[in-house]
Design a protein. Structure first.
Length: 329
């Protein structure tokens, strides 16, 4: 079977040569309670940070030779587990390989049939992150003006809709014309380009009274521009800083952070794994919204199996995706 590993630790831009697709013996049919065949694997910005020497403190770091892993949707090929049958769908974090032996722990089971793709996005980790950042931490309401950057991406697109559903005025940004067109087609009235040199001026024009909640996903100049227009008593939910992930010092704050202190702004950085006990609440609240079509969601499916994953991740880190990027196996 095939397995995708980190070949070497990237310094700077991630490239194909940092990955190794290797042939290894397949697990035996009876080597675990479940034998799973992954069909879709999520491609996420945090994967780049897992490849850094400092890594994260809540998830295993990837070193040269590590088998990569990701949020996956897999078909049960063989089951000796009383709660699972062949053809069921398994959802959870899995190693990036064509067959996975598993004991079923921390996996969600869905019945056989069409792949339950909503679990790869609005009901998966990206939807959960958007819900945590907006509904649990940012808590926008009708008096808020909310900025959501990278809003044509996975987390941003859901976060922006949640803020709008809560009655807020929402300013969204995206770095490509077709992404902005998609956001307009979802009836977002104020759609800006965060990659323009004059983004800060455009944002100030779009929010003459300032913003009260910044859902930050980009970092760098985009974060600094949001700080400049932040109103007294506002909030910043720091979801991510993607523009910095391939740089030498990826966790630095913008130079105008002191403004937030002067203005009494609450800064709320978060990572979804620290809130895993809220996943059931999230599913209970979000499943009806997805079932009734109240949340728009879009997948960016890259074909080509594990061999396509390196380019899919390299592309994601450069903004190639529209919607939630996943790889089909
Ligand atoms: N806190 C958490 O637990 C958590 C969990 C998941 C994700 N996140 C964070 O949420 C953010 C969005 O993640 P996602 O999974 O939803 O990804 P995504 O938004 O679907 O894809 C990443 C997008 O970032 C945008 N981007 C903006 N500036 C960029 C730059 N300088 N270089 C590269 N891309 C840039 C690109 O869109 P444009 O073309 O519009 O620029 C790109 O499509 C990331 O910061 C990620 O780290 C945080």
């Amino acid at each position: 079977m095939q397995q995708l590993r980190l070949a070497s630790r990237p310094q700077g831009e991630l490239r194909n040569e940092h990955f190794a697709l290797v042939e290894t013996p397949a697990p035996r049919r009876d080597s675990a309670a479940l034998l799973l065949r992954p069909r879709y694997i999520s491609v996420d910005p945090y994967m780049r940070t897992r490849m850094r020497a400092e890594g994260y403190d809540y998830i295993e770091r990837w070193d040269a030779g590590s088998v990569l892993s990701g949020w996956s949707l897999a078909e049960v090929e063989h089951s000796r587990h009383p709660a699972w049958q062949r053809g069921d769908w398994a959802i959870g974090h899995l190693p990036m390989q064509t067959l996975v032996a598993h004991d079923g722990t921390a996996l969600r089971c869905q019945p056989p049939g069409d792949p339950p793709l909503a679990f790869m996005h609005p009901l998966g980790m990206t939807g959960f992150t958007a819900w945590l950042g907006m509904c649990v931490l940012g808590k926008p309401g009708p008096t808020d003006t909310v900025l959501v950057s990278a809003a044509a991406g996975a987390v941003g697109s859901i976060a922006a809709q949640l803020a709008r559903n809560a009655g807020a005025r929402v300013i969204v940004t995206a770095g490509r014309a077709d992404k902005r067109d998609w956001l307009r087609s979802l009836d977002f009235a104020t759609v800006l380009d965060h990659r323009r040199e004059d983004f800060a001026e455009r944002l100030a024009e779009a929010a003459p009274q300032g913003i009260t909640l910044n859902f930050e996903s980009v970092g760098g100049g985009v974060f600094a521009a949001a700080n400049d227009v932040m109103r007294t008593g506002g909030r910043v939910v720091v979801c991510g800083l993607i523009s910095q992930y391939q740089q030498a010092d990826p966790r630095r704050a913008p130079p105008n952070m002191a403004l937030l202190g002067e203005r009494g702004v609450a800064v709320i950085p978060f990572v979804a794994p620290h809130f895993s006990q809220r996943y059931a609440d999230f599913l209970a609240e979000t499943t009806p919204r997805v079932t009734h079509g109240e949340l728009h969601w879009r997948l960016d499916v890259v074909q080509g199996g594990l061999a396509a994953l390196p380019e899919a991740l390299i592309g994601l880190l450069a903004g190639a995706n529209l919607g939630k990027r996943i790889v089909a196996l």
